[in-house]
Design a protein around this ligand. Sequence first.
Ligand code: CUA
Length: 329
Amino acid sequence: MGRWAGFTIAADDKGAPLNYLTGSGAAAHPVVALTWWLFIVSCVVVVIISALVLWGVMSRAIQGRAPAEVPVTRQGQGLRWITWGVGVSSVVLVISLIWTIAALAGVSNPPVKPPLTIRVTGHQWWWEATYAPHTTAQFTTANELHIPVGVPVRVELASTDVIHSFWVPQLAGKTDTIPGRVNLAWLEADHPGVYWGQCTEYCGEQHAHMAFRVVAEPRAKFEAWSLSQLAPAATPSAPDALRGEQIFVTRCGACHAVRGTEAGGTVAPDLTHLMSRSTIAAGTLANTPANLSGWIANPQGVKPGALMPTIYLSGPELGAVRTYLETLR
Ligand code: CUA
């Protein structure tokens, strides 16, 4: 966690926002192995070329001779360098090509038919997630996916506005979300844990603040989470929270949905179980009471350009809305 302008900033549990140099799932391992190969080859190329350039310059300088053009002839020494350079480069490039094709083949399809489908829709600038979208037992959440450990999960990717790109580096490669079509991806986590994701296609002002989390957990825990998400929000009993609910429905309900209430907006995140998420504003802020108040009071101060307008609420109204939101467990 970090601090910024009085807010607590969301950060990954190990302090690094994304880690793409290790893989944690079957859809990521081939990609990460290829990443390392290309990274090491690139480093070796830079070292060899730098050494040769330095050697060429220094050897003439040490001998006290001015730089001269060496003609490349069929009998000359220069030709040997070209033969070696082209030969070694060709071998490395062919290996990289074969490796790339193998990696693509390795991640094109999950090893078994995924038991779970999630439809993830990119919005400027947040992620909508609908679980079991082709069934009647579907539910929608935002910016925080939960998946069961050890099984592949099918992800249908869509967009409502511009092209975004869905990337959870530890679990899979990148796949774009393109308006008007559905792209397919799949994720699988080897171990329970929290994996960070990020939009990786520039999509406007708040592209950098379009993050999400994937929480991988044991099957029983995942099923318990699904059941709790499927349920509508409970009606609050405290008078302050009830008042907050009324304000929320009239002032926020055209954009946001809370299932079980009159608030049924679909252009902004579904907040039915807001308190089950660890971040708000698409991974930008930690989900704390102070951040919630600050975000509602001044969303443009946190994410300039975000589509969430400032709703002018009095102090007591803001307090009541926050109290209500805190009941959405
Ligand atoms: Cu969405 Cu970048």
